[in-house]
Design a protein around this ligand. Sequence first.
Ligand code: SF4
Ligand code: SF4
Length: 234
Amino acid sequence: MLDEQLDEFARELGANFYGVADLSSASDYIKNQGGNIVTGYPTAISIGIRLLDTVVDELPNRFEKSVAVAYKHHYDITNLRLDLITSRISSVLQMDGHKALPIPSSERYDDKRICAVFSHKLAAYLAGLGWIGKNCLLITPEAGPRVRWSTILTNAPINPTGKPMTDGCDDCTKCVDTCPVSAFTGEKFRKDDDREVRYDARKCERYFEIMEEADKIPVCGLCIYNCTVGNKLE
Ligand code: SF4
Ligand code: SF4
């Protein structure tokens, strides 16, 4: 019953994707990434909002200021919407007697490892909402990587919505080839590999710094735009 209520509530609040993940197989990984605050929760609720194609499809023109402004605004407002949804669901869960911790939708926690306190992708993956692509993003069958994610950690008695999805990248390398700084190695996701096997986050970060140093609005996202699963233009 609680499962249906939460799914319905999340969608009423504007979520396009809702899933529940059993975190038991990832407890060491979660503790290692985020420490005590994110440790000990058996379950994660994964919430996704689909990005607008009208904005993402303009990313090849991202050096035009109007495009960069539109994308950055859409990105920021989508993160805010996610944070409002996870905050409201967490309050409902607390009122119902459960623990609930909303994870910020886009907040750097560790500068050295360039990561957040918890991986939203991990929750969405374990909830069966998609697979981890060669671009290190969660690839949904419905919209590819054109989705922003957020997460609530909880001990509420709710049921997992699925199991990790089979990798659908096959022989495709479009996102790997499109990255202007060759940040991806082309390796497929394997759950025991470190992220560095597939992705050098420092290359991406440096690319953004260079744009800032040149007084440009730092926007790229070509690895989102060019994924063959979400791109309806090509
Ligand atoms: S955002 Fe751009 S630079 Fe960064 S990984 Fe994606 S394609 Fe590469
Ligand atoms: S572009 Fe191709 S290889 Fe990259 S994530 Fe999408 S399907 Fe996978």
